[in-house]
Design a protein around this ligand. Structure first.
Ligand SMILES: [Zn+2]
Length: 94
């Protein structure tokens, strides 16, 4: 008798996943900076800031990006600094 003893480690913890029943709740948003354990947002790192501003230069509200309030504050500060040294636009022309 040959018993295929394959045990794919699918031992995932089933946490109590509470789903907010909102219309626009698409997927679980977690703060990117919390996830990556970023303690300091470098204002010179445009690549990092870029996803958080619109093409026009506006800062995307955190309800859309999922950034937590603490990191959003850091982000805002970083973006404003980056604007001051012309790394990011204040308002780009459409
Ligand atoms: Zn965060």
């Amino acid at each position: 008798m040959t018993e295929a003893s394959q045990t794919p480690s699918t031992a995932k913890k089933t946490e109590a996943a509470k789903k907010p029943r909102r219309q626009y709740a698409r997927k679980k948003k977690v703060c990117r900076f919390c996830a990556e354990r970023i303690d300091y947002i470098d204002y010179k790192n445009v690549e990092l800031l870029r996803p958080f501003i619109l093409e026009r230069g506006k800062i995307i509200p955190r309800r859309m990006t999922g950034t937590c309030s603490r990191h959003q504050r850091w982000l805002r500060r970083a973006i404003k600094r980056a604007r001051n040294i012309a790394l990011l636009p204040f308002a780009a022309e459409v």
